[in-house]
Structures are given as structure tokens and as C-alpha cells.
Write a protein of this length. Structure first.
Length: 103
């Protein structure tokens, strides 16, 4: 017997595919890994083979890259309270002349 949180993988030869959650009236929750083109289709329960409706859950973002997570957080903070300067920053100094041929 399958657990109440079963994941069934429908192989298409391509990877990675999104995971969709479904709820079976008899058996409970299960997940299917399938192409986005099939996201609107009902899922078949792997235990009783009944047609099941898709359920929606909070996305699992724990696997987000830490650098990307920091960048997103910084962007959100700057949208709420952008940094304001009181004067125009000084111009950058000119790049040093090219020293080709000098030894």
C-alpha cells in the first residue's frame, strides 16, 4: 500500500518536471511529477485509480540558492525603503593610461 503522501513519477525522458499535488476522496493526498502541459488534467490515484482533483499548496522554497535568497530579500527591502543620497557621488577617477611597451 502507498503512503498518504505518495509521489508517482510519470517519465517522459526529460528532467526536471514540476510536482503537482492531488487529493483522492478515498485515499488522501498524493503527488504526481508530470509535464506542465498536463497540469490542468485530473490525476489518477496510485492506490485506487480514482480520478482526483488537484490541490494547491504553499511552494517549497527551502531549496532556493542562498545568494539568490539574499538578493531577493535586499530587493524587497529597497522597494520599501530605498536609499536616498543627499548629493551626487564624485566622478570616478580616469583609468590609468595604458602602459604597453614600458618595462
Amino acid at each position: 500500500m502507498l503512503s498518504s503522501e505518495t509521489i508517482v513519477i510519470e517519465s517522459t525522458g526529460r528532467c526536471p518536471l514540476p510536482t503537482y499535488s492531488y487529493t483522492c476522496a478515498r485515499c488522501g493526498s498524493f503527488s504526481l511529477v508530470r509535464p506542465m502541459s498536463q497540469s490542468s488534467l485530473a490525476g489518477r490515484c496510485p492506490t485506487c485509480n480514482d480520478e482526483s482533483k488537484r490541490s494547491y499548496e504553499v511552494p517549497h522554497l527551502s531549496g532556493l540558492n542562498p545568494s539568490l535568497d539574499r538578493a531577493v530579500a535586499q530587493s524587497e527591502r529597497s522597494a520599501e525603503a530605498p536609499l536616498v543620497t543627499r548629493r551626487i557621488p564624485p566622478a570616478r577617477s580616469a583609468a590609468p593610461p595604458d602602459r604597453v611597451g614600458i618595462r
